[in-house]
Write a protein that binds this ligand. Structure first.
Ligand SMILES: [Fe+2]
Length: 381
């Protein structure tokens, strides 16, 4: 019973609570608002609403709108340059995980010399200590997937190095996160499914991780239960505010789980897939690798799978997982639709070890490259 509990983010949770951005305490006077290049924040009116609430709160905004679904280094460094030039003293990520993660990475890079990649610890990252303090981060989430609003992690891809790597420290927790499920009602079914499954796997993997601990176990099992029960409803009827709210709370809990007990090699495997094929959504890559990975792991380290099955209301975790994939309409998803073939298996496996070895260490079975290649060969059609 030795564990740490550190979750310094103030979370404002609930339908309609974006309005409080207009009156709550904010960490600066001029903000860089980071959104995706896709245009949905403008189309849905979320950007205008956010800017006018900030204005009401006496904060000036500068918008940076280039972020891709798998954020790339170039845009982080460009955003940091804009942030410095405009003299912004904090960063707000508005949207899904990619926008919020990019906001975090910009908050790391803007006050520090050189490129964001100089500070990332990976095969090609510089791994340097940060000379200056990270800018304060605010998150307004419009999806329920990465849990980034309640954890210190950000994931950015360096396409030249073919590396998609997580980074974070005690300074990269958002100081404030607004989780307003009303902002999630417009999310299309396919994205709802991908993102909800990302949160599901964060919970499952945090529960299985060798770093598991009592506080994170509680959140992980509750999140697994809430997602199993409510994600299919949110996929079928996007306007179901109760289902959206329960999935959003599950996702925020999954963020707590990620802070406390991290993930497993399943995430290393997915990151290798989308490092080579950036068009594969993270949630899709996780779904596609999941049955093969967990089936193998359950054979090697079965101890903690029964509680997960019970949380899903299933006799067996793998059966519960397969049923959930059907319930959210993802049973026909395949690697081949992204042009991926079995010949990719070995380079995926090797890349997953070289880019994200840390999560392999947290997995309750010490995988070899051959074993992971074998799993990829079974799941690639
Ligand atoms: Fe994830």
């Amino acid at each position: 019973m030795n564990f740490n509990y550190y979750m310094p983010t103030k979370v404002i949770f609930g339908a309609g609570r974006l309005e409080e951005l207009g009156e709550c305490e904010l960490p600066g006077r001029k903000v860089l608002v980071v959104i995706s290049a896709g245009g949905s924040m403008r189309r849905n009116g979320y950007l205008d609403r956010t800017i006018s609430l900030l204005e009401k709160n006496g904060v000036k905004s500068v918008v940076f709108d280039k972020i891709l679904p798998n954020p790339v280094l170039e845009h982080v460094d460009e955003g940091a340059e804009v942030c410095r030039k405009e003299g912004c003293d904090f960063v707000l990520g508005l949207g899904g995980g990619s926008s919020i993660d990019s906001a975090k990475a910009i908050a790391v890079a803007a006050p520090n010399p050189g490129s964001y990649w100089d500070y990332v610890s990976s095969e090609t990252g510089g791994g340097k200590p940060l000379p200056n303090k990270v800018l304060p981060i605010v998150a307004v989430t419009t999806t329920a997937g990465t849990g980034t609003e309640a954890d210190p992690w950000m994931v950015v891809t360096n396409p030249e190095a073919k590396e998609k790597v997580g980074f974070g420290n005690d300074q990269t927790f958002p100081v404030l996160s607004i989780v307003d499920p009303e902002l999630m009602l417009t999310l299309p079914p396919r994205l709802t499914a991908y993102q909800g499954m990302d949160a599901f796997f964060h919970s499952v993997e945090g529960y299985l991780s060798v770093k598991h601990q009592p506080a994170s176990d509680y959140h992980a099992l509750d999140a697994v239960k809430l997602i199993t029960q409510n994600l299919p409803k949110a996929v079928k009827n996007g306007k179901d505010l109760e289902a959206r709210s329960l999935v959003a709370w599950a996702n925020t809990q999954a963020g707590f789980v990620e802070c406390l007990s991290s993930n497993t090699a399943h995430h290393s495997m997915e990151h290798a897939v989308s490092a080579y094929y950036p068009e594969v959504p993270h949630g899709a890559g996780l779904i596609l690798t999941s049955v093969g990975f967990f089936n193998f792991l359950a054979g090697k380290a079965p101890e903690r799978f029964s509680a997960l099955a019970e949380a899903m209301g299933a006799i067996d975790f793998i059966a519960g997982l397969k049923k959930l994939i059907i319930d959210i309409g993802m049973e026909r998803l395949s690697f081949s639709e992204f042009g991926i073939t079995k010949s990719d298996a070995r380079r995926f496996a090797e890349k997953s070890f070289s880019s994200m070895p840390r999560l392999y260490k947290l997995t309750p079975h010490q995988f070899t490259v051959d074993e992971v290649t074998g799993i990829f060969e079974t799941v690639i059609d």
